[in-house]
Design a binder for this molecule. Structure first.
Ligand SMILES: C[S@@+](CC[C@H](N)C(=O)[O-])C[C@H]1O[C@@H](n2cnc3c(N)ncnc32)[C@H](O)[C@@H]1O
Length: 265
């Protein structure tokens, strides 16, 4: 009578109970995360489409998290707002602070695309993180979040090209992999998608780097010896600093001013 033996096995009911308890705990924690996300979505919607920098930054800092020096990112925010980009691509979303700022600085019909290697859980596009990120869109803006995507993979670049459907990027923000080669690779892979006259910005270019930003500082030294750039390094902390490059007139625009290779030396 094997069947009745199995039922009398003392481990069987306790394993079952344990599984049920685990399931209830996992569901409760997911429900909590959804409840938190829905609260955040409501607060996102209270930040006006034409919010000032101070209003948008205050929300990003208090509700999302942002890894920026306030004065430096204000400089970039105002430049982006003046340009009113219709296609924005951010590499390195993290908690979404800067991406949120672009939603308030871009055109009312902008397509905002973000790439990040971070995974956002088993529910993909329906995860709490995605619900909040998607809610950044105002008016007829559209948000595409590419989470769990390595910007350096060709498959990711192809997905971006498909999302763009032939439209050029007006503003590219590079704040992902902070190694010297990683920043060069992001620039080399995605700058050809940026329109002539478009803006490319890099974060963490400060010549007084933190340990984690040394690669970007080295990249920036090499980059500025080849391209015309502008920068703001305003804080006293190590790291931070924003550099910008305006793509020049034609598509060779992303070629260096002087000849030389593009970072692979
Ligand atoms: C410094 S954080 C971005 C901060 C954000 N822009 C802000 O200021 O609020 C860098 C992000 O880049 C992501 N990242 C690093 N390497 C990457 C890669 N190769 N592809 C995609 N994302 C990457 C990390 O997961 C991390 O979330």
């Amino acid at each position: 009578m094997t069947g009745s033996n199995t039922n009398r096995n003392p481990r069987y009911p306790s394993d079952f109970k344990l599984n049920v308890i685990n399931l209830i705990q996992a569901s409760t924690s997911y429900l909590d995360r959804y409840a938190t996300a829905l609260g955040q979505v409501q607060r996102v919607r209270m930040v006006a489409p034409n919010a000032t920098f101070a209003e948008a930054y205050a929300f990003a800092e208090a509700d999302l998290g942002i890894l920026q020096n306030r004065e430096e990112i204000q400089w970039l925010f105002e430049l982006v707002r003046a340009a009113r980009p219709r296609v924005v691509l951010e590499i390195g979303l993290d908690l979404g602070g800067t991406f949120f700022l672009w939603s308030r600085a871009a055109a009312s019909d902008a397509h905002l695309i973000a790439i990040d290697a971070r995974e956002t859980g088993r529910f993909g596009d329906w995860s709490p993180f995605h619900l909040v990120g998607k809610s950044f869109a105002v008016d007829s803006q559209r948000v595409s979040l590419m989470m769990g995507a390595d910007s350096h993979s060709e498959a990711t670049r192809e997905r971006v090209a498909t999302l763009l459907g032939g439209r050029p990027v007006d503003f590219l923000f590079i704040d992902g992999d902070h190694s010297r080669d990683g920043v060069w690779q992001d620039f080399n892979m995605y700058s050809p998608l940026v329109t002539p006259g478009g803006l490319i910005a890099f974060h963490d270019i400060s010549p007084n780097p933190a340990e984690s930003t040394q690669g970007v500082a080295r990249f920036w030294r090499e980059f500025t010896s080849k391209y015309e750039t502008e920068e703001r390094v305003l804080g006293h902390d190590q790291g931070y600093g924003i550099g910008i490059y305006r793509v020049r007139g034609s598509h060779s625009s992303t070629s260096p001013i002087s000849s030389g290779n593009r970072g692979d030396d």
